[in-house]
Design a protein around this ligand. Sequence first.
Ligand code: PLP
Length: 367
Amino acid sequence: MANKLFIPGPVEVAPEILAEMGRPMIGHRSEEFRALYRDVIAGLRALLRTRAHVFTATSSATGIWEAAARNCVRRGCLHLVNGAFSERWEEVTRRNGKPTGVYAVDWGKAHRPDAVARELETGKYDAIAIVHSETSTGVLNPLAEICAAARRFDDVLVLVDAVSSLTTVPIDIDGLGIDVLLAGVQKGFALPPGLAVFTVSERALERARAIPDRGYYFDFEEIARFAARDETPATPAISLLFALRRQLERIGAEGLEARFTRHLEMARRCRAWAKAHGFDLFPEPGREAVGLTCVANTRGIDVPALARFCAARGFTIDAGYGKIKGKTFRIAHMGDTTPADLEALLAVAAEFLAGAGAGAEAGAGPR
Ligand code: PLP
């Protein structure tokens, strides 16, 4: 049997959802497809509670980073950087030929709204890019405060990467004035990867129309034009849309508030477990993500050995990302993961720690 995934994406997918992907194929210009598309968009709109345009794209989240750059940035985009993904988003915008600026704080720290306002006052930018939950460091940036600071600048579009926060914490897209919000489905939605979900405000769509060279595949106007007749410009990942429709029903049955509560309870449990075992958390206090926990390896354990020990017992965890690999490890608790699943993993990790690191690893082996 495959290992249970506790990495921050892709996450564990329910067998029922995998089965949904095995449905017979349908044509993407058929009435059956249009009904599927309508159900998916209506389900997403209810979940996201927004009046903005809601779209899906056949790509991972990175595609919508490109889309945001091509459709929304003219003068320049200010990127708030505090980890590997926010760093990469800036690179993507720059490589799409758009002027960028970086405001960076140390990995593990969260961004502050006053600094954002100072940067935007330079007048160099007409867009700001914020990664809500920096998956590499487990930091949850204060989105409401940052959006409020940005919204003081009339022509600045607010672009939000909610890849590892969407469906784990509430996000008031319209209330915060978010112009583009994007996520992939292999995290909070607990689907196999390959589909992105995103929202586009009316003013972002207007901005797009005024930008001539915005490409084709991710052209917001083209996507909106096809969406108006419940279709997509190119052939979509139909199997994933079947899966998303089913998953939206499952999320609806659990209830979004109940889902947030489950995620928060698991996050609290995981943080408490880490502290009880002599670790610190990598994010600054009070800024911890809810969909995952990034543990600081303050005990100096052999993190790859911990990951191997867990893997040999059926659990996959992450041994840290990029420059903090080994100095941290990450445990995801998003999507459909239950408190009981998390307890099973934490028990195994505790077993490794009780065996005092390297010594414990010698005892590892498939069971
Ligand atoms: N943004 C964040 C915060 C992420 O965690 C990730 C991937 O883990 C991405 C963007 C990129 O997503 P994808 O690999 O699905 O394109």
